[in-house]
Design a protein around this ligand. Structure first.
Ligand SMILES: O=C(O)C1=C[C@@H](OP(=O)(O)O)[C@@H](O)[C@H](O)C1
Ligand SMILES: C=C(OP(=O)(O)O)C(=O)O
Length: 450
């Protein structure tokens, strides 16, 4: 059966709305892992409930961690999670879907289980790189069965603990390799020292996020940004605290909504925008200001306005690669060309994002050329048509941005946005209706967990 098409709504005029963006995927999944590895129960409040985080919760539950629904502390935000750590058990089968955080963060956790833990996921999960994590865990003492391709499927033969120690990895294809080894590090007998050796590390803010969340959970961490050796992180062995963590809104998922203000010359308010954060999405304030908008952090949240004029940019997005699809969509609507650099690793994301953006924006009449490490975008008059999304949530939200000002953009499989955003179409139409837009907290069908 062909995937369904969703006709992206055209904006009738400048948008003017307040959009409550659900919790951060990256923070929710780190909070779940750290709470599961803690020495005492804790809470994850205002968690994101999307495919990626429900898969993480389901995997941890099957490993023996209690994750209970408790009434939410924040009005209207849905239930919170109480996480009760326990002895991790096997045999267990984990479905990672196409979640990088699940497929990379959980194999190190599985070494602590008392039996085998097998991992598998969507077809794309077999193509996303994992070899550095597999080799690193073997070097630290783990037994792992795989088919030698450095990817899923695989089985970690947990023995209830791991020696740990020093390991060198090439994390140039994903920062998640470093984050994965650090997150479980406090539970390894000798802690862990991770040394990156290879090309440029992408998504550094996500590694800083890992370091901050570990420290907040009581771990002792040495990191390069504190005057340590470049590309070397050390996590000492030790018990993790059970904490009460409130998840920030997902600032990367704010991108399409801020873009809506930019491309329609409107105004969007995102409540609860943190004054300080490790989320890469915070860079949208600067990037979209350079592209013609203006923003202000107020008590009501981030107030972002467009003028209707959109300027192209030359930007290195290596630290904030996950923002690329929406930035590329905005760039295709600008009044001057853009060059997006430092993002070769996007070829290994949910899909090959560079190829997909070049093809799909190109099919609407745009001019997008792939470079060795990014995209060169020359704005052209766009026309409607089918925008294929390759089961990539951020391709779908990028297409919705184009559809605001290009009539007849039909987005294939918009439901794929549920990877990180529950009810994106509902949020989008509420934004266009001008009312307050708040996503439903109902989990997407087939997401696993409960
Ligand atoms: O650690 C994380 O939560 C993430 C790290 C980044 O991965 P890469 O370093 O593979 O780009 C990012 O793109 C992804 O969406 C989330
Ligand atoms: C790259 C992404 O996801 P993942 O966590 O699956 O790597 C993303 O969300 O843009």
């Amino acid at each position: 059966m062909p995937d369904s098409l969703w006709t992206a709504p055209l904006a009738a005029g400048p948008v003017d709305a307040t959009v409550t963006v659900p919790g951060s995927k990256s923070l929710t999944n780190r909070a779940l892992v750290l709470a599961a590895l803690a020495a005492e129960p804790g809470y994850v409040r205002k968690p994101l409930r999307s495919r990626d985080t429900l898969l993480m919760a389901a995997a941890l539950r099957s490993l023996g961690v209690g994750i209970e629904e408790v009434p939410g502390s924040a009005p209207g935000a849905g239930d919170d999670w109480r996480v009760i750590p326990g002895q991790l058990r096997g045999p267990v089968s984990v479905d990672v879907g196409n979640a990088g955080t699940v497929m990379r963060f959980l194999p190190p956790v599985a070494t602590l289980a008392d039996g085998p833990v097998s991992f598998d996921g969507d077809p794309r999960s077999h193509e996303r790189p994992l070899g550095s994590v597999i080799e690193a865990l073997r070097a630290l003492g783990a037994r792992i069965e795989d088919d030698g391709r450095g990817a899923l499927p695989l089985t970690v033969h947990g023995t209830g603990g791991l020696d740990g120690g020093t390991v060198t990895v090439d994390a140039s294809s994903s920062s998640q390799f470093v984050s994965a080894l650090l997150l479980s590090g406090p539970r390894f007998n000798r802690g862990v020292e991770v040394r990156h050796a290879g090309g440029r590390l992408p998504s550094l803010p996500h590694i800083r996020m890992t370091v901050e969340t570990l420290r907040a959970a009581g771990a002792r961490v040495d990191a390069p940004e504190d005057g340590g050796e470049p590309d070397v992180w050390r996590v000492a062995a030790g018990a993790l605290l059970g904490r009460d963590v409130t998840v920030e809104p997902d600032l990367s998922n704010a991108a399409p909504f801020l873009a809506a203000a930019l491309v329609t010359g409107g105004r969007v308010v995102i409540p609860d925008w943190p004054a300080r954060t490790t989320q890469p999405g915070d860079d949208l304030r600067e990037i979209f200001t350079r592209m013609g908008g203006s923003c202000e952090l107020t008590d009501a949240g981030l107030v972002f306005s467009g003028t209707g004029r959109i300027t192209g940019i030359d930007a290195d997005l290596g630290d904030v690669g996950e923002l690329t699809p929406v930035i590329a969509a905005v760039a295709a609507l600008a009044d001057s060309p853009s060059t997006l650099r430092g993002i070769a690793h996007l070829r290994l994301h949910e899909t090959d994002r560079l190829a997909a953006l070049a093809k799909e924006i190109g099919d609407l009449g745009g001019e997008v050329a792939e470079t060795e490490d990014g995209l060169r975008i020359t704005p052209r008059r766009l026309r409607g048509g089918v925008f294929h999304t390759y089961e990539d949530h951020r391709l779908a939200t990028a297409a919705a941005v184009l559809g605001l000002v290009v009539e007849g953009v039909q987005v294939e499989n918009v439901a794929t946005t549920a990877k990180t955003l529950p009810d994106f179409p509902g949020l989008w139409t509420s934004m266009l209706a001008g009312g307050p837009a708040t996503s439903s907290t109902t989990p997407p069908a087939g997401a696993g967990g409960n």
